[in-house]
Unconditional design. Structure first.
Lengths: 617, 163
């Protein structure tokens, strides 16, 4: 496509593309996100494409391979418009029926419809499904409109409309004021007011400034940024263009996790396409504004979620944070003023420019505006990506959208905010998803990870898991973080292995307090949160480990024993062949026995026994 | 992707120290790990001291300084996978193969790696086999996967010998 030299040429292109698509009667949207690809959606895509071709429907039906639709558990997922028909768990063998019956005749295939996990009811459209119904999908709903590798789709859907506005008409100060009055706060974890960040960066005197998109998403158990960048990269790019225009930057970087190959690929393609159209580069749309973006791959270090460490990493250095006596908006990448926002924050920007700050602020609470994308995972029925208005309660998310505990287990807690966040118990589920409310309760929204835990999850094991993670990820530069996490982990390990003493709990609290007050960067300052929040809300579990030497959830290996219930064992031999430690013996059709000396308590046998014969005490 | 030479990887990036991580990614993609010789020539070409290149290569989890096995099993250790029992899978893999994460089996066929998150959290626990994701994994499924991969290898060897 030729380079666009003015706003008018962009609009002309938009009109032309829309005209070209007038003949399209039906759109088949197949999810090509990482989740559905894991469930083999590529084979479905190929099968549907072949089927459409063999029926001669190439011109009238558009096959759109989109980014994530959010309901990953049900993948591969297909939506057919018109009709908003939602098919799940689609296999390549279904392609013929889908094309012949639904696309050509408009008939619905009952067996491919979503069946509600709670009521057993089948729903025809996406809009009716309880998982989607309770959501407010301002950003995620755009994913299904576009093929992330086709800039035309984004333009047809109305994309790149905010860019011309900020180039002709709105002054940088006005852009910043709009973002400020929208009340947009950073979606990466800190919740810092975005407009204030931009304002400080704009005012910082320098001839060279940078904007950065943090797509490193180090929080284990969260993947919303991956889905947005992977599914709608132009939305993120347009947000960065607006930001760059506002603060006066000519260069931007997308710092993306290397473990997300599809996000790396799609964002590279998006940058190339935007350059080709002249939406990146010199004199964008014939204006005086010049801006370009490069992709920098991360190295898999959690600490690089911290702004100064991330910037060091883009410079090709070790990702160690530095003291922020002077903030990065003044002294950032290459010591130049730098605005760093996360993927979701950038993705919110174009709509604020287009629809105005009051539209954005119409959703949310007093101090947390707009919507938030959450990664709902763990021991819950409906897992996937969820976008709700700020202020929605945890209960609504976990029970109305998530459908409650998996396998009939009762839910005990939810972990929000990743390694920097905390665990909240069931009686706190009426709390609102709000930056300040969750922080006050000892957790945080963080980037939006929401891991649900049930009666089979040991909260000490969770605390230990995060401490082990943070010990591994601490860069080691400052003493409180490097040694404090070590000592806390030692205490928790003592307790989970039956050596705990009650007075260690006070020491643990004191240590946690010291680390959070004295560590150099955000990683260390928030590292004690998983310990503090579990101590605060799940103290009886700590006490059971210490006083009774028992793990109520049956997880901590040193405190449990596996045995086979002779009444239930059928002697099928599955556990014998499954035990990697050769600790189980027994003849076929006779009761099997676990040798306690050899048993490593890995639990593999229990997970494989179909008769629930293997018990933990 | 056809193999690239170090020269090709370094093309257009010489004397640009900020390209270090990008170059190391490409070196690893090409060789499967970061060989000692590559560290030396990257150091010279980018103008970054040898010790700094080594420091970066050993700091970031993404880089391997030793070759991996022919089949790489990547175990996702993210929170969502953890609460759904990813430790069982790690126990299965280490028990069945007799090596710890980061090590290679003596026949060079397998290595186990663990990563913080593969980003398919809703479908956990996830195990990636040479980059392709397996969802809702159980120890039983993993045991079969490892056996199948091992068997394929033996068959390939037999075929090669027969020829």
């Amino acid at each position: 496509m030729p380079r666009l030299n003015s706003h008018r040429e962009l609009e002309h292109l938009r009109e032309r593309l829309r005209e070209q698509r007038q003949n399209i009667t039906t759109t088949v949207m197949v999810c090509g996100g990482t989740g559905c690809r894991t469930s083999n959606s590529q084979a479905v895509i190929d099968a549907v494409r072949d089927e459409l071709s063999s029926q001669g429907l190439d011109d009238s039906v558009r096959l759109c391979v989109t980014g994530c639709h959010g309901f990953c558990e049900q993948g591969p997922v297909i939506i057919i418009e018109p009709g908003n028909i939602f098919y799940c768990h689609v296999s390549p063998e279904d392609a013929f029926e889908i094309v012949y019956q639904t696309v050509m005749k408009g008939e619905v295939i009952e067996r491919l419809l979503y069946e509600d996990t709670v009521s057993g009811e089948r729903f025809k459209t996406e809009a009716e499904i309880p998982f989607y119904k309770a959501q407010d999908r301002r950003i995620l709903s755009q994913n299904r409109l576009v093929d992330p590798c086709a800039i035309e789709d984004y333009i047809v859907a109305g994309g790149y409309s905010a860019l011309p506005r900020v180039l002709n008409g709105i002054a940088p100060e006005e852009i910043i004021n709009e973002i400020k009055s929208a009340g947009l706060r950073g979606r990466g974890g800190g919740g810092f007011p975005t407009g204030r960040k931009w304002g400080d960066c704009m005012e910082a005197p320098s001839d060279e400034k940078y904007v950065i998109c943090n797509a490193d998403e180090g929080d284990p158990g969260a993947y919303m940024d991956r889905c947005v960048l992977e599914g709608n990269p132009h939305l993120v790019l347009e947000g960065m263009m607006v930001g760059a225009r506002a603060v006066g930057a000519r260069k931007g970087y997308i710092y993306v996790r290397n473990e997300y190959p599809l996000a790396v690929k799609n964002s590279r393609i998006a940058v190339e396409q935007a350059r080709e159209l002249g939406l990146l580069g010199d004199n964008i749309l014939g204006s005086s504004f010049s801006f370009d973006v490069d992709i920098a791959r991360g190295g898999g270090a959690f600490v690089c979620g911290e702004s100064t460490a991330l910037m060091a990493s883009i410079e090709g250095k070790v990702g160690e944070p530095r003291a922020k006596d002077v903030h990065t908006v003044v002294d950032g990448l290459y010591h130049k003023p730098t605005t760093l926002n996360n993927v979701e924050t950038w993705a919110n920007v174009p709509a604020i420019i287009l629809n105005g700050s009051s539209w954005f602020a119409s959703k949310g609470t007093k101090a947390s505006k707009g919507t938030k994308i959450l990664a709902l995972t763990g021991r819950i029925k409906n897992t996937g990506l969820v976008e709700v208005a700020m202020g929605t309660s945890i209960r609504e998310v976990v029970f109305d959208i998530g459908g409650g505990g998996a396998n009939g287990n009762s839910i005990k807690a939810v972990q929000t905010g990743g390694p920097s966040g905390g665990c909240l118990p069931l009686d706190k589920f009426d709390l609102a998803i709000d930056f300040d409310v969750l922080a006050e309760a000892g957790s945080m929204i963080g980037s939006g990870g929401m891991v649900v835990m049930d009666e089979e999850t040991c909260m000490l094991d969770v605390a230990k898991y995060f401490l082990t993670f943070l010990q591994d990820e601490s860069c080691g530069k400052c003493v409180p973080c490097r040694l404090g996490i070590d000592r806390m982990l030692e205490i928790i390990t003592d307790i989970t292995e039956g050596r705990g003493r009650m007075e260690q709990l006070d020491l643990l609290e004191e240590l946690a307090d010291t680390v959070s007050q004295t560590a150099l960067c955000g990683l260390g300052k928030t590292a004690p949160n998983p310990v503090l929040s579990t101590l605060r809300y799940f103290r009886p579990e700590y006490e059971a480990h210490i006083k009774e030497k028992k793990c109520p959830a049956g997880v901590c290996k040193a405190l449990i024993t596996y045995w086979i219930d002779p009444d239930k064992c059928t002697g099928c031999g599955v556990c014998i062949s499954g035990c990697v430690h050769e600790a189980i013996t027994g003849e076929k059709k006779e009761v099997h026995v676990i040798d306690a000396q050899l048993c490593q308590k890995c639990g593999i046998c229990r997970s494989e026994c179909k008769f629930d014969a293997i018990q933990v005490v | 992707m056809p193999p690239q030479t170090l020269d090709q990887i370094l093309e257009g990036r010489r004397s640009q120290p900020n390209q270090l991580i990008e170059v190391l990614h490409d070196v690893q993609k090409n060789y499967g790990y970061i060989p000692k010789e590559a560290i030396q020539s990257v150091s010279q070409s980018l103008g970054v001291p040898l010790i700094e290149v080594y420091r970066v290569a050993s700091f970031y989890k993404a880089f391997r300084l030793k070759p991996s096995g022919k089949n790489v099993l990547t175990m996702c250790m993210g929170t969502a996978c953890h609460v759904r029992g990813s430790h069982l899978l790690l126990d299965q893999a280490t028990g069945q193969l007799g090596v710890q994460p980061g090590e290679v089996t003596s026949d060079g066929l397998f290595s186990i790696e663990h990563v913080n998150c593969l980003g398919a959290c809703a479908l956990g626990p996830i195990v990636a086999e040479n980059g392709s994701y397996h969802h809702h994994m159980t120890p039983g499924k993993l045991r079969k996967l490892i056996k199948t991969l091992g068997r394929q290898e033996t068959e390939d060897n037999h075929d090669a010998q027969a020829k």
